[in-house]
Design a protein around this ligand. Sequence first.
Ligand code: HEM
Length: 158
Amino acid sequence: MSEEIKDNMTNTNGADNVDVTHTAAETADRDVTYYTLEEVKTHNKRTDAWLIIHDKVYNITSFLAEHPGGEDVLMAQAGTDATVNFEDVGHSKDARAMLINYYIGELKMDDRKDGAKEEFITTSGDGSSSWTTWLIPAIVAVVVGIMYRYYMQERKSP
Ligand code: HEM
């Protein structure tokens, strides 16, 4: 079964660049439940249908009959990661805003695609490993060294 982890959603920052508006703000006070891909896969029936969009898990059972695009297209995605298909349709802002109604939790970090994991790691770090942190001081050191040598040569020459 899924495990419950209490936190304030900071660990979802990696996905915040996508246009799914309920990510941090509206879900901040909720206790976050993490689901494995294996568990989501088992919810693939008309009476019990879940899907994943941008690493978030939705229980769409009650929405199947209401979906303007039809029940069958949704059922074809039940139990899977529907991110690509959801985006391919070019859903409106209104459609995206509806997602919050069916949100039940997050896909476990281990089951996310590599890109999302990497982004999570990068954005949650403090950036101290960035190459700019050592390259700029190194360039300054080289320039100062050259200027010092030039200055000493000038002093020695008659
Ligand atoms: C919970 C998730 C979803 C919600 C809330 C949702 C909502 C909507 C809404 C409101 C529309 C009307 C058009 C719009 O406003 O964009 C729509 C259309 C549509 N949706 Fe979804 N949708 C969801 C998931 C999906 C998925 C996973 C697919 C998979 C392919 C899909 C396929 C379609 C199609 C084909 C249309 C018709 C587009 C058209 O007629 O131009 N939807 N959906």
